[in-house]
Design a protein around this ligand. Sequence first.
Ligand SMILES: [Zn+2]
Length: 63
Amino acid sequence: MPKRQDGMLQCNRCGCRTSLTTTNGTYFKDGRRINGTVIEKDVCANCFKDGIKSSMLPTIKPA
Ligand SMILES: [Zn+2]
């Protein structure tokens, strides 16, 4: 697992630093993007591919 830099979002499960935020209901009106409801925020993209929702945290979560 790569060493975590201070404050950097990193997955506590796999060490990946790619975060994923999913939104529901984003639409465009008059050429402007209007964001929908955030469903998942800052989950690990790597773990999400495996069907696991792992929240990414800027610090290591105490066990
Ligand atoms: Zn992960």
